[in-house]
Design a protein around this ligand. Structure first.
Ligand code: UDP
Length: 382
């Protein structure tokens, strides 16, 4: 039977779930409090330079999931793009992730792969068996010198706390390589949508049974008249923050322009703690197949997310996890609503994982429908 479904949020989760359910014959309304679709991966052409700008910071698509890769390519052709990040630390520029070039340059050596592996093992802290914190993870893998040059200052700026308080999982996102491969990601597929993420999401949402309502802030009363709600806004916001606020980091971007080239690459990190920003992104380098004379860049600053700010990174330390648990219990009491995506499940999610979960959530909803049972508040436990 055809259902009327409300998607709260026009980002990746809302668009992908909405599309799949629309294709299955249901009627979808997608609302978003912003004036545009595509959430934080929103891209737009800068009117001065013509450069495609990643308005809410850099989004680079990478995945090992073949189905997700062909899904995104179905809507927008992806162009080759390899993320090669640089970092400025102590007056020098190095390659990230830490690879053989970084190690040799940093220590003034000419090591071959196996020698570098042995060398790093000799400077690493071998007393740490099971690293729990970010700092332990770093000391165990790269030793104190590299940790302090590349990770400590950056992480203090990014997360606003000591790396001794952060979980090891955050650093596990980054590899260490004993060859000269400076590709930031391991994944088989990597690229950028040719005309930006906004166009990709627009095409995902372009279906006769999908209606989009922008500038519409959701409140629980809006669920009236719908058979089910998929909510991709902040989990605590759904409950009007009644148990308190889940902690996030927010970002401020200082946009500036340059004639020609500013830094010669897409992403330059700044490892020193006394440089106030974490990184500078030069947006024309996110579309290397285009040519632009002028350049538009962002200096990226991270700080605690206050009321009214845009939430970016869930903090997920002990206090937040305890509060999250209470919201999860609260959410379990809700009927006919499923919490999805980075904000709805309060997780640090890459785009490909978001899409994978959205496809699976839509399938689960359809399966539940077929068996005439309800889909729970969470498909993926936060
Ligand atoms: N990180 C770091 N130095 C760097 C880059 C990253 O210490 O130059 C740490 C930092 O704590 C960051 C984490 O590694 O939050 C994950 O980095 P990633 O590049 O995946 O962050 P994202 O691009 O998602 O902000």
């Amino acid at each position: 039977m055809q259902k009327r479904i409300l998607m709260v949020g026009a980002g990746l989760s809302g668009a992908v779930i909405g599309r799949k359910l629309a294709e299955a014959g249901h009627t979808i309304v997608v609302c978003d409090e912003r004036s545009h679709i595509a959430g934080n991966c929103y891209t737009e052409r800068d009117s001065d330079t013509g450069v495609l700008v990643h308005v809410y910071g850099p989004h680079i698509f990478h995945t090992d999931d073949e189905e997700v890769w062909s899904y995104v390519n179905r809507f927008e052709p992806f162009m080759p793009f390899v993320n090669r990040v640089k970092t400025t630390s102590g007056g020098s520029v190095y390659l990230l992730p830490v690879n053989l070039h970084t190690i040799n340059q940093f220590f003034g050596k000419t090591l071959r792969p196996e020698e570098a592996r042995e060398f790093l093992a000799s400077v690493a802290d071998n007393t740490i068996e099971d690293p729990k914190t970010f700092e332990e993870q770093a000391l165990k893998f790269v030793g104190r010198d590299l940790y302090e040059a590349f990770f400590k200052g950056y992480t203090v700026k990014q997360w606003g706390c000591s790396p001794t308080e952060l979980p090891a999982s955050i650093l596990k996102r980054l590899p260490v390589r004993f060859n000269y491969d400076d590709n930031y990601f391991f994944h088989r597929f990597q690229g950028m949508p040719q005309n930006g993420y906004t166009q990709m999401v627009e095409k995902i949402l372009a279906h006769e049974r999908i209606e989009i309502r922008l500038n519409q802030r959701f409140s629980r009363a809006d669920a009236e008249g719908f058979d089910h709600v998929f909510y991709s806004g902040p989990l605590d916001g759904y409950f009007d923050f009644e148990l308190g606020r889940l902690g996030y980091r927010t970002l401020d971007f200082e946009r500036f322009y340059a004639d020609g080239d500013y830094q010669g690459c897409a992403v330059m990190n700044y490892g020193d703690v006394d440089v106030p920003f974490t990184r500078i992104t030069e947006h024309k380098y996110f579309s290397p197949w285009e040519t632009h004379e002028k350049s538009v860049c962002y200096r990226e600053f991270s700080r605690a997310c206050e009321e009214g700010d845009i939430p970016y990174y869930p903090i997920r330390m002990a206090d937040e996890k305890a509060l999250l648990q209470r919201y999860v219990e609260r959410a379990g009491e809700e009927q006919k609503v499923t919490f999805v995506g980075r904000l709805g499940t309060y997780r640090y999610l890459d785009m490909d994982v978001t899409i994978r979960e959205a496809l699976d959530t839509a399938d689960a909803y359809l399966a539940a429908q077929a068996q005439d049972r309800a889909l729970g508040a969470f498909f993926v436990t936060p």
